[in-house]
Design a protein around this ligand. Sequence first.
Ligand code: FES
Length: 153
Amino acid sequence: MKDRRKFLKNAGSTALFTSLGTSFFIACDEKEENIDPDNNNVSENGFTLNGNVYSIELNHPNFSVLKSSGGWYLFSEGGMLLVNVGQDVIRAFSNKCPHADCRTSWKYSNNNFTCTCHTSIFTNDGALVSGPANSDLTSYLAQKEDDILTVTT
Ligand code: FES
């Protein structure tokens, strides 16, 4: 991703426009507008949303905890729980508890999420351990590339 940004800056818009065509040029320009150039290429809140796809910048202070194994974050703006389960893997789940829809009362310890509204427990792959909930967390597709996490909800 950083290499692509460097390439775009070095190549110049005119060269891209003439060599790659109008649609590619416009798509790249829209993506770059979401990034704050005065903040080391990190957007203000650390994420951008395009349709149902979040691009999360792991170097942003809001999300940097996710760079370490065991780090987790209740990403309320995105309606999700994020957790680094080790080996460079980050998982994403809806933060809506399947018991009674609590979204904000989560804690994480011993590789388990606990919804403290009524103490339902889930593993870090979203599987139900104990209720009163009777189903797993909803999983989202999460892909990490360099320091960008892409989550499709
Ligand atoms: S809403 Fe989560 S345990 Fe009841």
